[in-house]
Design a protein around this ligand. Sequence first.
Ligand code: PLP
Length: 418
Amino acid sequence: MRDYDSRDGVMIFGGIPVTEIAEEFGTPVYVTDEVRLRENYRNVHHAFSKHMNTEIHYACKANTSLAILKILEREGSGIDAVSVGEVMTCLKAGFTPDRILYTGTSVSNDELRAVTDLGVMVNVDSLSELERLAKIKKGIPVSFRITPGVGSGHSSKVVTGAKGSKFGIPIKDAVGAYLRARELGFEPKGIHVHIGSGGQSVEPFTEAMEVLIEITNDLKDRGIDLEFIDIGGGIGVPYRPNEPEMDVNELGRDLTEMILEETDIRTIKLEPGRYIVCDTTVLLTRCVDVKDAGVKRYVGVDAGFNTLVRPAMYDSYHHAAIGNKFGRACTSKYDIVGPICETGDCLAHDRALPDPEEGDVVVIYNAGAYGFSMSSNYNSRPLCREVLVNNGKMELIRDSERVEEQWRHQRIPERLIR
Ligand SMILES: Cc1ncc(COP(=O)(O)O)c(C=O)c1O
C-alpha cells in the first residue's frame, strides 16, 4: 500500500498538508494526485508496450471525473465504457470514438443504437445482442466478450469470468458467434475477456489468455483473422499496509509472450480501471463526533456510504489515518462511521487511532477507484467536491451539489398542491 510523508505531524498529499486542503475545500472531499495518476498509466502501459503494440482502454467506470479523463486522454489512453453515458462523458473529455470500446451487458436496442451512432466499437456480450445489432447497424467492426471459465476478484460480487457468469458468450458458442457475425456482414476485429476486478495473481490472466488464444487460432483456421486480443481489466492493488503488489511487469511479459509465440496477433488491449486510479486519491473527511459505547468506540465522520460505498457493499478494507496526528502513537481501536441512518454505514472497523477528537481530518486511503463514481444521494446528501493536486498546487475539479439539484427532475402532481 502506498503511504505518505508528513510535516510537523500533518500528512502531506501531492505536496500539500491535508489539513490545508480540508480547510480550503471543506469535507468530505476526494483529492487526486495528478503526478501519481500519470505514473500509474505510464507504468502499466510500459509493462506491456515494451513487448508489443499495446492499447490501454482505461475502464472509466472506476472514475469518470472529466479532469481525470482529460489527463488520461492526454497520456494517450483509450477507454472501456459500459454505458452510453460513459461514452458521452468520454467524448466530452476529448476522446475520439475510435479510442473507445463499449462493453455492455444486458444491452438494450436503444443503447446499441446510441453507441454505434456515436461511432464506437461494441464488444458483443451475447448471441441475442449480435442478432439485434445486425438489425440496427450493418457492416461495422465488432469484437466479442467471451466467458473464459476463469474468474478472479476481491469479492464474489466482482468475479465476472467464471463459468455460468452473466457476462459474455460461453466458450462453447464462441466460434459460432464469429461465424454468424461474418454471415451477418460484420467485420470481426477482436476478442475480449474480463475475468473480474481486484485479483492479485497473474495465473488467472494467463489461464484466460490460453482460452482466447485457442479460440483465435480456431478462427484463423476458418478464415477469420482477428487484429487484437483484449484481456480486460482486473489488476489488483494493495489496500492494506505491507500487502504485496501485483507485478505488472511479470503480467505484461507473460501475456505478451503467449500472444507473440502462439498467434499472429500483434496488438494487445487491456482495460485497467482500479490500477490506474485507485491509489491516486484519498477521501478527506472530518471527525464530527466521538462516542464511547461501552463495548465499542466510534469516530463519527462527515462521509458515509453515500460518499464511499465499497466498505458497506463489498466489506472492502480501506486504510485510514488521522491526517493531523500522522505517525502519532495509537491509543485505542475505533470504528469509523458516517452520518447515514444504517448500522452498515461504517468506513472502517476496529482501527487503532491516535486519540481522535472532533475537528480531526480523517484520511481514507485508496479511494480513487469506484469511490466517487459509486457515490449517491442517499439520505438526500449532496455529492461531494473533488480536488486535483499537483506538486503543491490544488484545483477544484468538481463542485459539491446543492440539495436543490436533487429536486430538478421531480414533479409534484398539481392535484396534490391545491
Ligand atoms: C469489461 C471490464 N473491463 C475492465 C474493468 C475494470 O476492472 P478493474 O477496475 O478491476 O481494472 C471492468 C470492471 O468491472 C469491466 O467490467
